[in-house]
Every structure is written in structure tokens, then in C-alpha cells.
Design a protein around this ligand. Sequence first.
Ligand SMILES: [Ca+2]
Length: 206
Amino acid sequence: MKRQVAATILVLALVTLACGQASKVITDVSETLEATTVEAPEESKATAKPAATAKPPRGDSISQWAISAVASSEYGASDWSAMQATGAPDTPECGDQVTAWASAESNTVEWIELTYDTPVRPTEVNIFQTYNPSQVVKVELIDTESTYHEIYAREPELIEECPYVISIPMVDFDYIVTGIRITIDQSVLEIGWNEIDAVELVGVAE
Ligand SMILES: [Ca+2]
């Protein structure tokens, strides 16, 4: 009986030892795996770089300000002229400022057309108004074939915020655009000139 117990203990001891060795081996394997996986990302990174540059080039989204402008009328040849709506915003505060476009009269329907340097597939138009917003009643985009596309239309409305920016987002607008035409109606609210400081065209260069 004692011999059987001793044999059982011996077997158990051998099994335990074997398991111990086995788990040690497994630990060694996992350590090896760890060591391998540490190096792997660097290798895949290195091979990913050329793949990224091999993708077809996509147009960059750019934001631009008008480079020239004409209008139905201007309050002055320089001050308040249509050219005052070109370039980045430069009117420091709300008010009747010479650095924004104003029409000759204050109670008329008028328009301004702005031209941009880089043709784009537009994604957004932002109209910066610095006096009596928002009597903007229509906004059209002018494509490379000189066709007009209306993107905004509404009645004049009293807006207390000034300066005030109209932001018009566009999705899937499928024309290449080089210009914007804005129509204002100053005949309804009788609040005076709706002055426009700058107009931003955002889009993807083709
Ligand atoms: Ca301006």
C-alpha cells in the first residue's frame, strides 16, 4: 500500500514537473511572440508609406476672397465701391464704413458680382455684411460657362446681429465656379444700405 502511494506521489510529481516545463515553454513562446510583434508595426508602417502616396490625388479644399467685382451701382468710385467687397474682411466694426460695398441709393434693388482666381467645385459661400443685414434676397454661383445657378433665395429680414455672416453650405454641387452674384433688396425694410465687406468662396480645386 505504501509503495502504491509513493508511486502515485512520484507520478504526480513528474506530471507537475512536466506541466511546469510546458508552461515555461509556452511563456518563452509568448515572449518570443511579443518580441516579434513589437517590431512588426515599424515594418508595416514602412510599407504603408509608399501605398499612401500611391493613392489618386484628390483636390484640395481652398478658401478664397474675390479678386474683382462689379455692381449695379456704387456709392463712390473708391470708398464704398464694389472693389471694397473684394479681399478678406477689413471693416473693423458694424457701421456705415468706406471699406464695404454700398449702392448709390439706400432704398433700391441692387446686385454685385464677384470674381475669384481659382475655379472650384464649391462647398460653402460666406457673405460678410457690416451694415443693415440682411437684405440679401438672392445668391447665384457663376460657373465656367457663365451660367448662373441660384443657391439662396429669401425675403429681406431684420437681423439685429451686426456684423452678420450668411453661410450657405452646398452638398453635391456639380459645377465649377469662378464667380458669385448677390442681389439685395433695400426697398422693403426701409432701414438703409445693406453693406457687404467681403465674400468668401470655399471649394475643392479641380
Ligand atoms: Ca472690405
